[in-house]
Write a protein that binds this ligand. Sequence first.
Ligand SMILES: [Zn+2]
Ligand SMILES: [Zn+2]
Length: 252
Amino acid sequence: MNNSAIFLGTSHGDPTLTRFCSSTLYRFGDCTILVDAGEPVTGLLVRENIQPSSLDAVFLTHMHIDHVGGLPALVHYIMKYPAEDGQTELLFPEESAVADFKNWMNAAKAYIRQEKFFYTGLTPDFVWNRKGVKVSCIPTEHVKSINAPSYAFLLETEHCRVLHTGDLTADFHDFPEIDPEKPLDLCVCEATHVGYRLEAFLERIAKFPIKQFVFNHIGPLWTDGKEKILEDAVSGLPFPVLVARDGSKLEF
Ligand SMILES: [Zn+2]
Ligand SMILES: [Zn+2]
């Protein structure tokens, strides 16, 4: 099974001169999963020659606009240019967000072709299983202060394990524990909130069994030509680290 990732949008809360908001595409064989749908995800998929209707699932880590702002346009595009068969599952961090999203689409007078979509409100024990890919939810505390849920995701196949952290807290106490017996082929971690105490963060992750590490969701300290500052800071880690740019691609 060939596995790959495309870092479509890699910015933190706001778009910048060189980065759009968060969206990451994972391919595990013929299973295609989008994690987060920051603006302008539809256009970025089309530019990569990827049909939005080919998405098996869209997982949303949390409902901050930089992670979901592109979802209405994405759903509209899939509706307009649907696949002949197959469904795209939209997985929201809580059940109430499903109804709120449908209301937004109603406000836009966008008729949703229900047979093309399947909606899920995530819970901590939810496990997704399709086409040989299993996705588990790991609760984080990024938006705990406003009583909202947020998740990291563990994406697994028989031969491969990927952790996608989503946004964390500034002291990164919610960075998921990694089983030392089960190495990660890929760890994709946000670089905005953990960046407030970067040295301590690097010390914490250095001990984990990680084959390849990627920073996305790049904060203002390291974007738009300042990436080398972060690249230099992480050069001592015992595994390769990529500071993702929009359009960065990776096989794993
Ligand atoms: Zn964010
Ligand atoms: Zn956020």
